[in-house]
Design a protein around this ligand. Structure first.
Ligand SMILES: C[S@@+](CC[C@H](N)C(=O)[O-])C[C@H]1O[C@@H](n2cnc3c(N)ncnc32)[C@H](O)[C@@H]1O
Length: 209
Protein backbone atom coordinates (compact mmCIF):
# COMPACT_ATOMS: atom_id res chain seq x y z
CA UNK A 1 0.00 0.00 0.00
CA UNK A 2 1.44 3.37 -0.95
CA UNK A 3 1.15 6.42 1.30
CA UNK A 4 -1.46 8.78 -0.19
CA UNK A 5 -0.45 12.40 -0.59
CA UNK A 6 -2.78 15.04 0.83
CA UNK A 7 -3.27 17.45 -2.10
CA UNK A 8 -4.53 20.18 0.24
CA UNK A 9 -1.23 20.32 2.14
CA UNK A 10 0.53 23.71 2.07
CA UNK A 11 3.53 21.91 0.48
CA UNK A 12 1.72 22.13 -2.83
CA UNK A 13 0.76 25.82 -2.70
CA UNK A 14 3.88 26.73 -4.63
CA UNK A 15 3.98 25.35 -8.14
CA UNK A 16 6.82 24.77 -10.58
CA UNK A 17 7.19 26.94 -13.66
CA UNK A 18 5.38 25.43 -16.62
CA UNK A 19 7.14 26.33 -19.89
CA UNK A 20 5.27 27.39 -23.06
CA UNK A 21 4.32 24.60 -25.50
CA UNK A 22 7.12 25.63 -27.83
CA UNK A 23 9.64 24.62 -25.14
CA UNK A 24 7.77 21.42 -24.21
CA UNK A 25 7.19 19.91 -27.63
CA UNK A 26 8.83 19.47 -31.00
CA UNK A 27 5.61 20.49 -32.77
CA UNK A 28 3.60 22.72 -30.47
CA UNK A 29 0.66 22.87 -32.92
CA UNK A 30 -0.38 19.22 -32.45
CA UNK A 31 -3.56 18.36 -30.51
CA UNK A 32 -3.03 18.09 -26.77
CA UNK A 33 -4.13 15.40 -24.31
CA UNK A 34 -3.77 15.96 -20.55
CA UNK A 35 -3.66 13.09 -18.02
CA UNK A 36 -4.33 14.14 -14.43
CA UNK A 37 -2.85 11.95 -11.70
CA UNK A 38 -0.57 10.15 -14.16
CA UNK A 39 1.59 8.38 -11.50
CA UNK A 40 4.75 7.01 -13.21
CA UNK A 41 3.43 8.07 -16.63
CA UNK A 42 3.61 4.57 -18.20
CA UNK A 43 0.21 5.11 -19.81
CA UNK A 44 1.36 8.38 -21.40
CA UNK A 45 4.65 6.88 -22.62
CA UNK A 46 2.62 4.20 -24.40
CA UNK A 47 0.17 6.73 -25.90
CA UNK A 48 2.97 9.09 -26.93
CA UNK A 49 4.74 6.31 -28.83
CA UNK A 50 1.55 4.85 -30.30
CA UNK A 51 0.09 8.15 -31.50
CA UNK A 52 2.84 10.61 -32.35
CA UNK A 53 0.31 13.02 -33.91
CA UNK A 54 -0.63 14.31 -30.49
CA UNK A 55 1.17 16.03 -27.64
CA UNK A 56 0.69 14.84 -24.05
CA UNK A 57 1.04 16.38 -20.61
CA UNK A 58 0.89 14.39 -17.37
CA UNK A 59 0.39 16.03 -13.97
CA UNK A 60 1.27 14.10 -10.83
CA UNK A 61 1.53 15.11 -7.18
CA UNK A 62 4.27 12.60 -6.22
CA UNK A 63 7.52 14.40 -7.03
CA UNK A 64 9.71 11.29 -7.14
CA UNK A 65 7.58 9.79 -9.92
CA UNK A 66 7.66 13.01 -11.94
CA UNK A 67 11.46 13.29 -11.65
CA UNK A 68 11.84 9.72 -12.93
CA UNK A 69 9.35 10.31 -15.76
CA UNK A 70 11.14 13.53 -16.84
CA UNK A 71 14.47 11.65 -16.98
CA UNK A 72 12.89 8.88 -19.04
CA UNK A 73 11.53 11.46 -21.53
CA UNK A 74 15.07 12.85 -21.92
CA UNK A 75 16.69 9.41 -22.19
CA UNK A 76 14.25 8.21 -24.82
CA UNK A 77 14.32 11.60 -26.62
CA UNK A 78 10.51 11.75 -26.71
CA UNK A 79 9.38 15.08 -28.15
CA UNK A 80 5.62 14.97 -27.62
CA UNK A 81 5.41 14.32 -23.87
CA UNK A 82 5.83 16.59 -20.83
CA UNK A 83 5.41 15.92 -17.09
CA UNK A 84 4.59 18.47 -14.40
CA UNK A 85 4.81 17.98 -10.65
CA UNK A 86 2.16 19.35 -8.26
CA UNK A 87 -1.47 19.47 -7.31
CA UNK A 88 -3.28 19.52 -10.68
CA UNK A 89 -5.85 21.99 -9.38
CA UNK A 90 -3.19 24.52 -8.33
CA UNK A 91 -1.26 24.13 -11.57
CA UNK A 92 -4.24 24.49 -13.88
CA UNK A 93 -5.89 27.25 -11.87
CA UNK A 94 -2.73 29.38 -11.93
CA UNK A 95 -3.07 32.50 -14.07
CA UNK A 96 0.15 31.80 -16.02
CA UNK A 97 -0.93 28.27 -16.89
CA UNK A 98 -4.39 28.94 -18.31
CA UNK A 99 -2.96 28.31 -21.80
CA UNK A 100 -2.96 24.57 -21.01
CA UNK A 101 -6.73 24.22 -20.57
CA UNK A 102 -7.42 26.70 -23.36
CA UNK A 103 -5.62 24.41 -25.81
CA UNK A 104 -6.37 20.94 -24.52
CA UNK A 105 -8.46 18.64 -26.74
CA UNK A 106 -9.00 15.93 -24.15
CA UNK A 107 -8.36 15.23 -20.46
CA UNK A 108 -8.26 11.88 -18.67
CA UNK A 109 -8.86 11.22 -14.98
CA UNK A 110 -7.84 7.58 -14.70
CA UNK A 111 -8.59 5.88 -11.40
CA UNK A 112 -8.24 8.99 -9.22
CA UNK A 113 -7.62 8.43 -5.51
CA UNK A 114 -11.03 7.57 -3.98
CA UNK A 115 -10.46 9.02 -0.46
CA UNK A 116 -13.06 6.72 1.06
CA UNK A 117 -13.63 8.55 4.36
CA UNK A 118 -16.30 11.24 4.18
CA UNK A 119 -14.10 13.80 5.94
CA UNK A 120 -11.52 13.29 3.16
CA UNK A 121 -13.91 13.79 0.23
CA UNK A 122 -12.56 17.34 -0.14
CA UNK A 123 -9.22 15.80 -1.20
CA UNK A 124 -10.81 14.15 -4.23
CA UNK A 125 -9.68 15.59 -7.55
CA UNK A 126 -13.05 16.10 -9.20
CA UNK A 127 -14.79 18.90 -7.30
CA UNK A 128 -17.37 21.43 -8.58
CA UNK A 129 -14.79 24.31 -8.44
CA UNK A 130 -12.31 22.33 -10.52
CA UNK A 131 -14.94 21.35 -13.10
CA UNK A 132 -16.04 24.97 -13.26
CA UNK A 133 -12.48 26.02 -14.14
CA UNK A 134 -12.34 23.34 -16.82
CA UNK A 135 -15.69 24.44 -18.21
CA UNK A 136 -14.60 28.08 -18.42
CA UNK A 137 -11.31 27.40 -20.18
CA UNK A 138 -11.75 24.28 -22.32
CA UNK A 139 -12.83 24.75 -25.91
CA UNK A 140 -16.25 23.58 -27.12
CA UNK A 141 -16.01 19.99 -28.37
CA UNK A 142 -13.12 19.06 -26.10
CA UNK A 143 -13.52 15.90 -24.04
CA UNK A 144 -13.16 14.59 -20.50
CA UNK A 145 -12.59 10.86 -19.89
CA UNK A 146 -13.13 9.38 -16.43
CA UNK A 147 -12.43 5.84 -15.27
CA UNK A 148 -12.47 4.17 -11.87
CA UNK A 149 -13.08 0.82 -10.16
CA UNK A 150 -14.90 2.50 -7.24
CA UNK A 151 -18.64 2.75 -7.96
CA UNK A 152 -19.33 5.41 -5.33
CA UNK A 153 -16.51 7.59 -6.67
CA UNK A 154 -17.79 7.13 -10.23
CA UNK A 155 -21.26 8.31 -9.22
CA UNK A 156 -19.78 11.27 -7.38
CA UNK A 157 -17.58 12.30 -10.34
CA UNK A 158 -20.42 11.79 -12.83
CA UNK A 159 -22.81 13.86 -10.76
CA UNK A 160 -20.21 16.62 -10.31
CA UNK A 161 -19.37 16.86 -14.02
CA UNK A 162 -23.01 16.72 -15.15
CA UNK A 163 -23.84 19.29 -12.47
CA UNK A 164 -22.01 21.75 -14.71
CA UNK A 165 -24.28 22.78 -17.59
CA UNK A 166 -21.34 23.05 -19.99
CA UNK A 167 -20.67 19.30 -20.03
CA UNK A 168 -22.75 16.50 -21.53
CA UNK A 169 -22.04 12.78 -21.50
CA UNK A 170 -21.51 11.11 -24.86
CA UNK A 171 -21.72 7.44 -25.66
CA UNK A 172 -18.95 5.40 -27.22
CA UNK A 173 -20.75 5.18 -30.59
CA UNK A 174 -20.88 8.97 -30.90
CA UNK A 175 -17.29 9.21 -29.77
CA UNK A 176 -16.17 6.76 -32.47
CA UNK A 177 -17.60 9.14 -35.09
CA UNK A 178 -15.66 12.10 -33.74
CA UNK A 179 -12.40 11.03 -35.38
CA UNK A 180 -10.68 11.97 -32.16
CA UNK A 181 -8.01 9.61 -30.95
CA UNK A 182 -9.12 7.30 -28.18
CA UNK A 183 -7.00 7.49 -24.98
CA UNK A 184 -9.00 4.52 -23.64
CA UNK A 185 -7.17 2.29 -26.12
CA UNK A 186 -4.28 2.05 -23.68
CA UNK A 187 -4.72 0.53 -20.20
CA UNK A 188 -3.28 2.34 -17.19
CA UNK A 189 -1.40 0.41 -14.51
CA UNK A 190 -4.37 0.55 -12.15
CA UNK A 191 -6.62 -0.62 -14.95
CA UNK A 192 -4.37 -3.63 -15.62
CA UNK A 193 -4.62 -4.47 -11.90
CA UNK A 194 -8.43 -4.06 -11.96
CA UNK A 195 -8.77 -6.26 -15.04
CA UNK A 196 -6.53 -9.01 -13.68
CA UNK A 197 -8.48 -8.99 -10.39
CA UNK A 198 -11.83 -8.97 -12.22
CA UNK A 199 -12.93 -5.69 -10.65
CA UNK A 200 -15.72 -3.73 -12.36
CA UNK A 201 -14.55 -0.65 -14.23
CA UNK A 202 -16.83 2.37 -14.51
CA UNK A 203 -16.07 4.86 -17.26
CA UNK A 204 -17.66 7.75 -19.10
CA UNK A 205 -16.83 10.42 -21.67
CA UNK A 206 -18.10 14.02 -21.55
CA UNK A 207 -18.04 16.76 -24.15
CA UNK A 208 -17.81 20.49 -23.54
CA UNK A 209 -20.82 22.11 -25.24
C1 LIG B 1 -4.86 5.58 -7.93
S1 LIG B 1 -3.55 6.41 -8.71
C2 LIG B 1 -3.89 6.10 -10.44
C3 LIG B 1 -2.68 6.30 -11.29
C4 LIG B 1 -2.91 6.14 -12.80
N1 LIG B 1 -3.75 7.17 -13.31
C5 LIG B 1 -3.47 4.78 -13.12
O1 LIG B 1 -4.64 4.71 -13.55
O2 LIG B 1 -2.74 3.80 -12.96
C6 LIG B 1 -3.98 8.13 -8.53
C7 LIG B 1 -2.82 9.06 -8.84
O3 LIG B 1 -3.25 10.41 -8.77
C8 LIG B 1 -2.27 11.18 -8.10
N2 LIG B 1 -2.93 12.38 -7.54
C9 LIG B 1 -3.82 12.40 -6.53
N3 LIG B 1 -4.26 13.65 -6.31
C10 LIG B 1 -3.63 14.45 -7.21
C11 LIG B 1 -3.66 15.84 -7.48
N4 LIG B 1 -4.44 16.68 -6.76
N5 LIG B 1 -2.88 16.33 -8.47
C12 LIG B 1 -2.09 15.49 -9.20
N6 LIG B 1 -2.01 14.16 -8.99
C13 LIG B 1 -2.78 13.63 -8.01
C14 LIG B 1 -1.72 10.21 -7.04
O4 LIG B 1 -0.48 10.58 -6.52
C15 LIG B 1 -1.68 8.92 -7.85
O5 LIG B 1 -0.47 8.77 -8.54
Amino acid sequence: MRQHVNPLSKNFDEIERIPPFIEMFNDSKLNLHLDIGCASGDYLFELALENTNWNYIGIEIRERLVKKAKLKVQDKKIKNLYFAFGNAYNILNNFNNKFILKNVKSISFNFPDPWFKKRHYKRRLIQPEFINILSKLMQKGSLIFIKTDVKDLFENMDCTILGNINFQKIDDRYFNNLESFNPNKVQTNREKYAVSNELSIFKRIYIKI
